[in-house]
Write a protein that binds this ligand. Structure first.
Ligand code: SF4
Length: 297
């Protein structure tokens, strides 16, 4: 769930021999060793990423910038480096770090498909909670429900990202993420388990999921799941995002192509777009009685 970066994300691994590499359903997987895991983060106090790369392969993913620092031959979404020594490294770091909130995760989905096999995110979450840290989780995977047993009764805010209420459109933008329906199930079950729940509506896609109708649908879904905290985000012109967004637009929404260019690259247009979008978001939240749960807009 990419949001921000930190210099230690760019550290080279401490790999001394070639990593074990295999291919699984078109995904190139490498088992690597990391030097540090828990980073200082501008979003929470800390963040950690047990994987480099994300098999969810979202078209708008901001974490694509990671490829500048961790070059891979494969395109984004087609490789994942698994930090197989993550728990050992975390144990070492926990001996000297003051507890705080940990954003889980900032440049990958901690519950992407490989986590079913490796259980690294689960192990690290357990260690962090036992050491007195709190977790701010953001995922697009229903696999996170596997770990409710370790979250229950702990300082955990469990959130999912939803960018579009339409399942078939979401599949185009987030090819390997769980369905929207499954993500809503995560919110409902987390709430029933007594956790604070969060939904991130973003990035809202101009002309697709930022419309009055789509926002109404999104906030209605949030109301049905009785979500505690709602955030929104706008599509950003982060490095490497536009080429993949452009490709999908040309294929599926050619009439929106010029609009996206203006939203992303015309400074004055973008400022006005952002103001109008914020107004639509706030009005929708008010109509559905959710204004007090809308944060940061
Ligand atoms: S879930 Fe999507 S947006 Fe988040 S890190 Fe993975 S590919 Fe990027």
């Amino acid at each position: 769930m990419p949001k921000h970066s930190h210099p230690s994300l760019f550290e080279k691994s401490e790999q001394t021999s070639p990593p074990r590499t295999y291919t699984r359903q078109g995904l190139v997987v490498r088992e690597v060793k990391c030097k540090s895991l828990l980073n200082r983060s501008p979003i929470s106090e800390y963040s950690f990423n047990p994987y480099t790369g994300c098999a969810n392969g979202c078209v708008y993913c901001y974490a694509r910038f990671m490829q500048r620092f961790h070059p891979h031959e494969e395109p984004w979404g087609k490789f994942v480096d698994v930090k197989i020594n993550a728990a050992e490294v975390l144990a070492r770091q926990l001996r000297r770090l003051r507890p705080g909130r940990v954003f889980t995760c900032s440049v990958c989905d901690g519950w992407q498909s490989l986590e079913r096999r490796y259980k690294i995110t689960r192990r690290c979450c357990r260690m962090l909670l036992e050491a007195g840290f709190g977790l701010n989780i953001l995922t697009k995977s229903e696999l996170v429900l596997r770990d409710l047993d370790i979250f229950q009764g702990q300082d955990v805010r469990l959130g999912v990202t939803i960018t579009n209420p339409d399942e078939s459109q979401a599949r185009l933008w987030e090819p390997k993420a769980s369905s929207v329906w499954a993500r809503l199930k995560v919110l409902r079950q987390a709430k029933a388990a007594g956790l604070t729940t969060t939904v991130m509506f973003g990035p809202l896609l101009p002309g697709i999921s930022d419309t009055r109708q789509a926002l109404h649908k999104l906030f209605t879904l949030a109301a049905e799941a009785d979500v505690d905290r709602i955030y929104t985000d706008t599509l950003n012109p982060r490095p490497r995002v536009w080429p993949s967004v452009r490709q999908l637009l040309k294929r599926k929404w050619p009439t929106l192509y010029d609009h996206y260019q203006r939203v992303l690259f015309d400074r004055a247009f973008r400022a006005s777009y952002q103001r109008k979008l914020n107004t639509r978001i706030r009005r929708t939240a008010e109509q559905l009685g959710f204004a007090d749960r809308l944060l940061g807009t």
